[in-house]
Design a protein around this ligand. Structure first.
Ligand SMILES: Cc1ncc(COP(=O)(O)O)c(C=O)c1O
Length: 405
């Protein structure tokens, strides 16, 4: 299964833009993917036709209720879950704060939780702070910079014991691109009775999520990373979501998943979430939306693997550029952290930005990763590709890196 890259690019209004006569290349998102035209249209359509809060006795309110139901159905298809296991919030960070507060209510002094050095801080700090408040220990799984920045699962085995309540880890690193062995980590966590919380924010635009196959208890993603608007999407096993007590207002619903959604939802954004999932499905084939999504991700992965191979081969021939992370296209997303000899990451990003290549610099909140790599807040330059990027854009950014020598 492949897709027509020219047609894909036609669907993203921002991609054709020029800056000072130079066409802009959105490498690395940056810091978020571009929105597909169908998403923008769907959101504008909802806002144009009205909208209202839910639970009213009139058509606009029924419309908003259908919007929520549709978004649950869509994200359930994206994650391989059931619609009643999907809930929405402002972003991944807010959802993780909410879930950490609710889970911490079930922890006791002397328990421990396990986090990783490979994670974005949104899947570290909320848990550390909840553990601190609940007098619960925190243990870290390490990764090995000399081994392609893969998680060192022997340190997971050392961290786990019968008092471990949670293992929170990333599906893929937003800094060095490492993809983690989710099913294997879940199995190890479950063997001691711990729950698992997977951060799939970075992984979602690149690879197929399947919560049934991996067996995780929770998984969270953000639609602005998969061609939609800024909304967090969380999967939790129904029996766990139903049993837990969130911090919530008294008149708010008591049943899950509604009890998790504080205040009024961004209905226009939920329309966009559904459209983003439909857009991904449109890249594949099959009889159901889930089947189309599965097939779409195989085409996305093949395209990105090709871009990754080209980038890796090019970087290898640039002696002044150092790559952090896996030197091959397997076991990683097409997201590359690099350093240019003698030039700060901010300056590299600035120079590339002037030339129309939009990349990121710093730690991108991958605080633990950058400290483990001894890079601190100065961090590294991140150059990432998604399915709408082209081979020409890979060559273009390689050319610009070459010019920096
Ligand atoms: C891997 C990862 N996790 C979590 C986040 C935080 O997501 P949000 O902005 O939705 O809170 C990001 C954002 O860049 C990310 O890349």
């Amino acid at each position: 299964m492949t897709f027509d890259i020219a047609a894909v690019r036609d669907g993203f209004p921002a991609l054709g833009r020029t800056l000072d006569g130079r066409q802009v290349a959105y490498l690395d998102g940056p810091g978020g993917t571009q929105m597909h035209a169908s998403v923008i249209d769907a959101m504008a359509g909802f806002m144009t036709r009205g909208g209202s809060n839910t639970h009213g006795h009139f058509a606009a309110s029924f419309d908003s209720e259908a919007v929520v139901d549709d978004a649950r159905d869509a994200v359930a298809d994206l994650f391989g879950a059931q619609p009643n296991e999907i809930l929405f919030g402002q972003n991944m960070t807010s959802l993780t704060y909410a879930m950490s507060r609710a889970l911490a209510r079930t922890w006791s002094v002397g328990d421990n939780i396990v986090l990783t050095r490979l994670d974005h801080d949104a899947n570290v700090a909320p848990w550390m702070q909840a553990a601190h408040d609940a007098l619960v220990g925190v243990r870290f799984v390490d990764f090995d910079p000399s081994e392609g920045c893969n998680l060192d699962l022997s340190t997971l085995d050392l961290a786990l014991d019968e008092r471990t309540r949670l293992v929170a880890f990333t599906h893929a690193s937003n800094a060095v691109g490492t993809i983690t062995p989710v099913a294997s980590i879940v199995e190890r966590a479950h063997s001691v009775g711990a729950l698992t919380y997977v951060d799939a924010v970075h992984f979602a635009p690149h690879g197929l999520i399947d919560v049934a196959e991996t067996g995780t208890d929770f998984l969270v993603a953000s639609a602005y990373k998969f061609f939609g608007p800024h909304t967090g999407c969380l999967f939790g096993r129904d029996e766990i979501l139903s049993a837990l007590a969130p911090y919530k207002l008294r008149p708010a619903p008591d049943a899950s998943p509604d009890k998790w959604e504080t205040g009024t939802q961004s209905f226009e954004s939920l329309v966009g979430v559904t459209a983003a999932v439909d857009y991904i499905a449109s890249l594949g084939s099959g009889s159901s939306r889930r089947e189309k999504i599965v097939s779409a991700y195989s085409a996305i992965s093949a395209h990105e693997r090709n871009l990754a191979n080209r980038f890796l081969a090019g970087v290898e021939s640039l002696p002044h550029v150092t790559l952090y992370g896996q030197p091959t296209a397997t076991g990683r997303s097409a997201t590359f952290a690099v350093e240019v000899d003698g030039i700060s990451s901010d300056t590299v990003a600035e120079r590339l930005g002037e030339r129309g290549c939009f990349v990121w610099a710093g730690d991108y909140y991958a605080y633990e990763v950058m400290h483990r790599l001894d890079r601190g807040a100065a961090g590294l330059v991140r150059i990432g590709f998604v399915h709408y990027n082209t081979e020409d854009e890979v060559e273009r950014v390689l050319g610009e890196l070459d010019r920096l020598a």
